[in-house]
Design a binder for this molecule. Structure first.
Ligand code: Q9C
Ligand code: ZN
Length: 669
């Protein structure tokens, strides 16, 4: 099952602000037309399955909204301009137009059509480009440009029609979707995650309940996760930090059956509302990371996004990833800023009793970020805001195209005579393979090994030339093969190679010069560990516990890897590897966010045939199967993970998830 749905109807551009209102002037029809046009120009619209948009029924609207409110909105097409203005003024930061009710019904209908397409297996994922947005609207209230709560309705609709028990809503819009929070606060079947510009409650909608300590109520305790941004200017690193250290661990533990994304792009650079600095490419990565959940069932629904350039670029990045195109390179990933780290720390602390992935989290820092606001107010004058135009003048490079190489995945499962192999190699590569074999591995003189090394060199060359995206090789001698692949990759592809090795072997790669980062999941306590580029992680039974491996991958490996920024990922299983197939597949899928998807996977010939098949599927872009039930990670595994974090976090700042006494605000930026 594959395919990406796109939902769009020009009718949703046919309403606009009819009077002067500086608060609403950014919410314009062009938001949709430029996004759609950008998808077209990039050839993305043509690659999606166009699904038609319908109107929502009253019954569907009533899943969330009151009868009285629906009836009131129903009358708006017949109001005079003056009455429309009066009607509008009962609500906050929103406007009505004679055609907005029609558009709002289409926005819900498009969202529900998307849910149907994904849940019936017509497509794997998709995006709905809609206006008006939804996440601020409440049971009996329009708010923040929103009339009906598209995504909240979709969550209940999905539960009702597909009997879902767990739905995850990820709200990456820069505003708090308080409307969604109110809907599901007491509902443990819908996990709502939102990050939002907050500035200690100084930013709209200025609610105390948008802070990190609103964790849900009653049975829903733990199922509402708020990450407040207390400063503007947050970057890709800050966003990734929250994904790795907050959202993804909880989402994996929750194990949703469907992911709905409130895809607002006012959290991107250049947005006049958000004032953040994350690049459009980050949404390609956020999308990729979320596709590791729910067997890839993901519905992205447009919310905000008011800089037309940034918006349309971000929409394209999201759709590229939904279609399976190689992820973009991110540069300059590292430590989150102090304020972001404070938020990460506090939200983990607030949820430490709710999720076992957080059970080691430190308590809320003192003075709390709530009190900072009070202190600031009482103390010296607030920092000068500067003119509003500061982020509107900002410039950023246009995202690069994300072409898919002609061959997605090369698979070579045998080097026996008569079996599949690559075509004849240029003389130079044959010689190089011979040389590598002859250096430390003279004992390996048989033809099979030589052929195998030649295949490795050849495939790496094809990756470099962008003829091949990724590859799987079954190799007779893992250590020689890893060594050969690393040597050739360093020479030919990139000066940074990430090696992820499962097993207890002494991996023969040189991690002394910072060009190779070796992450090793093993079962024996490693000897010395001094290098910041060798990360041996000893887990019980070599990674027998799904929860441990996942915690290590999300909280340790991915932050390290994104900061290291390799040009190639080498993933290999040695003799003693004990990872379960689904865990390995999940790992492999997540790692494809690195190195623009350039992955070389090496497996042993005597290994599990299912492992080969599962690795192939993952490299081809199939969604990884979910890992439930996760269960809690054994204490000694968490000890091992935390020991590595403490050893490495001075060098690799994206590992930080806690404010320690040694790090103070003054060290920031
Ligand atoms: N200067 C959405 O993005 N106005 N709604 C905030 C702060 C309301 C945003 C004013 C912004 C509503 C869907
Ligand atoms: Zn917004």
């Amino acid at each position: 099952m594959s395919g990406t749905a796109l939902l769009y109807d020009e009718e949703m551009t046919r309403y606009k602000l009819l009077w002067e209102d500086p608060v609403c002037k950014v919410e314009v029809p062009a938001r949709l037309t430029v996004s759609f046009e950008a998808l077209r120009r990039a050839g993305l619209e043509q690659r999606c399955e166009r699904v038609c948009v319908r109107q929502a029924s009253d019954e569907e609207i009533l899943l969330i909204h009151s009868k009285e409110y629906l009836e009131a909105v129903k009358q708006t097409p017949y109001l005079s301009l003056e009455d429309l203005l009066t009607f509008t003024q009962q609500y906050g930061d929103v406007y009505f137009h004679p055609n907005i009710y029609h558009c709002a019904k289409l926005a819900i209908g498009a969202t529900l059509q998307l849910v149907d397409s994904v849940m019936t297996g017509k497509v794997r994922n998709g995006m709905a480009l809609v206006r008006p947005p939804g996440h601020h609207s409440q049971r009996s209230e329009a708010n923040g440009y929103c009339v009906f709560n598209n995504v909240a309705i979709a969550a209940l609709y999905a539960k009702k029609h597909y009997n879902l028990k767990r739905v995850l809503i990820v709200d990456w819009d820069i505003h708090h979707g308080q409307g969604i929070q109110y809907c599901f606060e007491e509902d443990p079947s819908v996990l709502y995650f939102s990050w939002h510009r907050y500035e200690h409650q100084d930013y709209w909608p200025n609610l105390p309940e948008s802070d990190y300590d609103s964790v849900g109520k009653g049975k829903g305790t733990g199922f509402n996760i708020n990450v407040p941004w207390n400063k503007v200017g947050m970057t890709n690193s800050d966003y990734l930090s929250v994904f790795f250290h907050v959202l993804l661990p909880v989402a994996s533990e929750f194990d949703p059956e469907l992911v709905l994304v409130c895809a607002g792009f006012d959290s991107a650079i250049g947005d006049p509302e958000g004032h953040m600095c994350a690049s459009p490419e980050i949404f390609g990565h956020l999308t990729h990371l979320l596709m590791s959940l729910s067997n890839g069932r993901l519905c992205a629904v447009l919310e905000g996004g008011y800089n037309l350039t940034s918006l349309s670029q971000s929409v394209c990045q999201t759709v590229h990833t939904l279609l399976g195109d190689p992820t973009p390179l991110l540069t300059g990933i590292g430590s989150p800023c102090y304020s972001a780290l404070e938020s990460v720390h506090n939200v983990r602390a607030a949820h430490r009793m709710n999720w076992s992935c957080f059970n080691r989290a430190a308590p809320v820092i003192e003075p709390s970020t709530k009190r900072n606001k009070v202190d600031e107010g009482a103390g010296e004058k607030k920092e000068e805001e500067g003119p509003e135009q500061t982020t509107e003048d900002i410039e950023w490079p246009e995202p690069l195209p994300r072409p898919a190489p002609p061959a997605h995945t090369v698979v070579i499962t045998s080097v026996e005579p008569g079996c599949q192999h690559l075509e004849e190699l240029p003389q130079a590569y044959t010689e190089e393979a011979e040389k590598i074999r002859n250096q430390p591995y003279q004992e390996m003189t048989d033809k099979v090994s030589l052929k195998c090394l030649q295949n490795i060199v050849s495939i790496l060359e094809k990756m470099k030339n962008k003829e091949v995206l990724n590859a799987l090789l079954v190799v007779p001698d893992m250590c020689v093969s890893v060594s050969c692949a690393v040597q050739h990759a360093l020479k030919s592809i990139s000066d940074r190679v990430l090696v992820v090795f499962v097993g207890d072997e002494d991996v023969p790669v040189d991690t002394s010069d910072g060009r190779v980062l070796l992450f090793q999941i093993c079962s024996k306590e490693p000897k010395g560990m001094t290098s910041h580029y060798h990360v041996p992680l000893c887990l019980s039974k070599g990674g027998n516990s799904r929860a441990s491996v996942l915690q290590a991958v999300l909280g340790l490996l991915l932050p390290l890897a994104y900061e290291f920024s390799p040009g190639l990922v080498l993933e290999a299983q040695g003799d003693s590897a004990q990872l379960e197939g689904p865990v390995w597949t999940q790992l492999s899928s997540l790692l494809q966010g690195l190195a623009q998807g350039r992955t070389l996977a090496l497996l042993q010939p005597d290994g599990d045939r299912n492992m080969v098949n599962a690795t192939c599927a993952s490299l081809f872009g199939s969604p990884a199967p979910s890992l439930s039930p996760l269960g809690p990670a054994p204490a000694q595994d968490v000890d091992a993970i935390e020991a590595q974090r403490h050893r490495l976090q001075d060098r690799w700042g994206l590992l930080l998830n806690t404010i320690s006494e040694s790090r103070t605000e003054s060290q920031d930026g």
